[in-house]
Design a protein around this ligand. Structure first.
Ligand SMILES: NC(=O)c1ccc[n+]([C@@H]2O[C@H](COP(=O)([O-])OP(=O)(O)OC[C@H]3O[C@@H](n4cnc5c(N)ncnc54)[C@H](O)[C@@H]3O)[C@@H](O)[C@H]2O)c1
Length: 258
């Protein structure tokens, strides 16, 4: 897909990987709808995009409920038109609380509704909206989907869901004209895992896991997302961005459908 002139909706666009994706999309000529629950972060992304001549609009929204999702898609369509690129990127860990299983029930529920339900509902809305015009959905998974993560079992499992869901959506390219793909980053330099300032701080259980590791730059993750958007053959691809390069996860072929 040629990104120039398209409306792109990015959830979690107010920080980290989402912000880097908004920057890259704006640079490629998209009209970017920056969606975030955090108005200050979303507003800052819009300011940065506009300061470089990009087209950007902030839409406040919460991806964790059906009403939140329909509100986001309605507001974006009304403000800048129907999106043809939708990136379901918003996500949270329990890492900034005690982690699993001490995290509160409320926090556990939030991780599930934002990371898993938010991606499924966002994809559902995108397909409903884009099936006549065609479009691309990108979901943000994580390499925590691939190996057990005892201290954040909930987060890792929601990311495994995103991988399986994305593989399962491959055929929507043919049936609905919408290509659904996922990026699967390893540890990336963003506030979700590290607060930078006077020094890098992480949840005490997370720090030893990442000791000595050079975190991936959000810009590298954004570049991978844009590759998948541009590649008209990419459907159901889950692309890992790892410390030593990129690779696609292989899914078993689905059984023949009746
Ligand atoms: N940083 C990493 O190491 C890493 C690695 C793999 C995957 N990821 C994934 O990348 C995505 C982005 O994470 P990040 O590292 O940029 O973190 P981040 O904390 O910098 O950004 C997440 C953004 O999502 C927003 N958000 C949270 N809840 C929301 C909601 N209910 N509705 C709308 N927006 C909401 C936050 O306000 C924030 O702006 C997440 O899905 C995360 O799981 C991150």
């Amino acid at each position: 897909m040629d990104i120039s002139g398209k409306v792109a909706l990015v959830t979690g666009g107010g920080s980290g990987i989402g912000r880097a994706i908004c920057v890259a999309l704006a640079r490629a000529g998209a009209q970017v709808a920056v969606v975030d629950i955090d108005e200050a972060g979303g507003g800052e992304t819009v300011r940065q995009l506009r300061s470089k001549g990009g087209k950007a609009t902030f839409v406040a929204g919460d991806v964790s409920s059906p009403a939140g999702i329909t509100g986001i898609f309605d507001a974006v369509s009304a403000a800048v038109g129907k999106p043809q690129i939708v990136h379901n990127n918003a996500g949270i860990m329990t890492a900034d609380t005690p982690g699993w299983p001490e995290a509160s029930l409320e926090r556990v529920y939030k991780v599930v509704t934002i990371n898993a339900a938010g991606v499924i509902m966002g994809t559902r809305q995108a397909v409903a909206l884009m099936k006549d015009t065609g479009g691309v959905v990108i979901n943000t998974a994580s390499t925590t989907a691939l190996t057990p993560l005892p201290r954040d079992a909930v987060y890792a499992s929601t990311k495994a869901l995103v991988v399986h869901f994305t593989h399962s959506c491959a055929e929507l390219a043919e049936s609905h004209g919408v290509r659904v793909n996922a990026i699967v980053p390893n540890a990336t330099e963003t506030p979700i895992i590290a607060k930078t300032g006077d020094g890098v701080t992480m949840a005490p259980w997370l720090a030893p896991l990442l000791e000595g590791v050079e975190l991936i730059k959000p810009e590298a993750v954004a570049a991978c997302a844009l590759d998948l958007i541009r590649d008209d053959k990419a459907a159901g691809i889950c692309r890992v961005i790892d410390f030593d390069g990129e690779r696609d996860l292989q899914a078993a072929a689905p059984p023949a459908q009746p």
